[in-house]
Design a protein around this ligand. Structure first.
Ligand code: ADP
Length: 387
């Protein structure tokens, strides 16, 4: 095992594959712990790349850039799960990579992910892998409509999903998805009638130590997360059940690092697994200001084999509101003064160069004695930012 960065007698460099906002917040936490950071991303001047001299802007598909990045790093982690498994395996021959390539292989494909969870006894919506529209119809014959088609790989923020209410909608949706997945395969799922969507962040260290964050409610619109309520406004036993399920999911993939487990609370009160992200997640941004140890810091502690910090909230309530792009153009907001007048909200602007409608450009967190109070402050600040 690699020595602790605080015992090795030299600076330790954390290599992060990806340079977006998650890598940026990981880097901020890494700097606080006295580490150095290396970033590899396709393109210069990414939100995290611009924070370090160890920036490798030719990306991981360039053998030279990847080689130099690996040379510069002592431990490697990632901010997205879309890196080719063979590439991760090759990196892992030279440096410790967490989450491990084996864990990533179990989550990268949503079909394999669901099969892994189902095999571990975790409740999941009915699902099947399909290769032809006829197979979708055969699934619909037993399960009925509506149903959801999902690309097995590279889906995020609903890109790659299609909900079908009737068989007539199938040819168009199939055509659209099949183009997109380029034959990597499609997953079909029963449509779950939702009461709420929940998420739990779990950190699991190289020593198997666990830090389980509170169960939160995520509110999605148009398949994109808009608001996160922490803790979820639900009875405590239900929240505890969600936390226990989340731990079982992370153990099912032998995860080391930080994981976000997204869950459905169905209208009949059942909690079902939706998906797991092997990295810090939008639903855990509130942990920066509302918990003793943020998801980002615990991700670093977990992959470095350091003791984990407390995931507990030290305030009764926290709310995070996403700042989504509304225009195509500059990523710099036109005005933030009104938002800054809300003295009790934390504003995060990711520094992306380009804005696009629905793109995550930043977020605001506020805390309070109640969720209502925290929501009011966060939304007031979010409304004060002009794009
Ligand atoms: P992504 O990976 O793009 O985030 P998800 O599979 O999490 O995709 O789906 C995005 C959103 O679509 C979910 O948060 C939920 O609101 C809705 N959704 C996904 N699958 C189902 C389902 N089986 N039943 C009902 N709603 C679903």
């Amino acid at each position: 095992m690699l020595a602790s960065p605080f015992k090795a007698g030299r600076e330790l460099t954390l290599g992060i594959i990806g340079g977006g906002q998650l890598a940026k917040m990981l880097a901020q936490a890494a700097y606080r712990l006295g580490l150095r950071v290396a970033i590899i991303e396709h393109g210069a001047d990414s939100p995290a790349g611009r924070m370090t001299q160890l920036e490798f802007p030719d990306g991981w598909t360039s053998p030279e850039a990847l080689n130099a990045f690996v040379d510069a790093s002592d431990i490697i982690t990632l901010e997205n799960e879309f890196v080719a498994p063979e590439l991760l395996q090759a990196i892992a021959q030279r440096r410790p990579v967490y989450p491990t390539p084996e864990t990533i292989a179990r989550v990268r494909d949503k079909l394999v992910q669901k099969q892994t969870m189902a095999a571990a006894g975790i409740p999941v919506p009915a699902f099947a892998g399909v290769a032809t529209p006829e197979e979708v119809l055969s699934f619909a014959r037993t399960r009925g409509f509506p149903l959801v088609l999902k690309s097995r790989t590279f889906g995020y923020d609903g890109y790659g999903n299609a909900t079908l209410d009737t068989a007539e909608e199938l040819p168009r949706a199939w055509e659209m998805l099949w183009q997109r997945v380029q034959h990597e395969g499609i997953l079909v799922e029963e449509f779950v009638l939702l009461q709420k969507e929940l998420a739990v962040i779990v950190a699991r260290s190289r020593r198997g130590e666990l830090a389980v964050y509170p169960c939160v409610e995520t509110v999605q619109q148009d398949h994109v997360c808009r608001v996160v309520y922490a803790p979820a406004p639900l009875p405590e036993p239900l929240r505890r059940q969600a936390q226990e399920l989340a731990v079982a999911c992370v153990e099912a993939i032998d995860g080391v690092g930080v994981f976000a487990v997204e869950l459905f609370l169905s209208q009949d009160g059942t909690i079902l697994f939706n998906e797991i992200a092997p990295r810090p997640h939008n639903s855990g941004h509130y942990t920066i200001e509302a918990c003793y140890t943020s998801q980002f810091e615990n991700a670093i502690r977990a992959v470095c084999g350091l003791p984990l910090g407390s995931p507990e909230m030290f305030v009764p309530a926290a709310v995070m509101v996403n700042l989504l792009g509304v225009r195509s153009g500059s990523g710099i907001p036109d005005a933030v003064t009104e938002a800054l007048r809300v003295g009790k909200a934390w504003i995060h602007l990711y520094g992306k160069r380009e804005s696009r409608p629905r793109r995550k450009m930043g977020h605001v967190t506020a805390v309070g004695a109640t969720l209502e109070e925290a929501y009011r402050l966060a939304q007031q600040a979010a409304d004060g930012i002009m794009w």
